[in-house]
Unconditional design. Structure first.
Length: 140
């Protein structure tokens, strides 16, 4: 057998194996379902005169809550808000906001439909150094 014939034979074997692996797969892939409500933590740093936000996607109707749970500057008071993700997806159109310190109970709550929402934290002008924070967000 020549080298060319050996190469062709190897090619045919490879194709035969590949074709044998192809079949009529009648199973439909499933999309994993998410349990509701979802709770997530957002941890970051808030810079002086800055803002930070987190986007979440609600899968249905329900209550979105947000709690500023920890900060590394216990006396800090910040602007805390929830709203809709804007049309270009880069910002937050505020619907509810408060000036608050950290606590264990949610400082913000809103009834929402399925869609894209945001939670925003911003310096009120009182920070003199960056502040670490944790926000807990629950949504449908």
């Amino acid at each position: 057998m020549t080298a060319m014939n050996a190469s062709l034979a190897a090619l045919f074997v490879t194709i035969a194996i590949a074709v044998a692996g192809c079949g009529d797969d009648s199973t439909t892939p499933t999309t994993p379902t998410r349990s509701s409500p979802v709770t997530e933590r957002f941890e970051s740093n808030l810079v002086v005169q800055g803002a930070a936000w987190r986007f979440v996607s609600a899968n249905g109707t329900g209550t979105l809550t947000a709690a500023l749970t920890t900060v590394d500057q216990p006396s800090a008071v910040v602007n805390f808000a929830i709203g809709l993700r804007n049309a270009n997806g880069t910002g937050c159109l505020i619907s509810h906001d408060v000036v608050t310190a950290a606590g264990t109970a949610p400082q913000l709550s809103a009834q929402v439909d399925a869609g894209d929402y945001c939670v925003k934290i911003a310096d009120t002008g009182t920070l003199t150094t960056p502040m670490k924070f944790t926000i807990t967000i629950t949504y449908p």
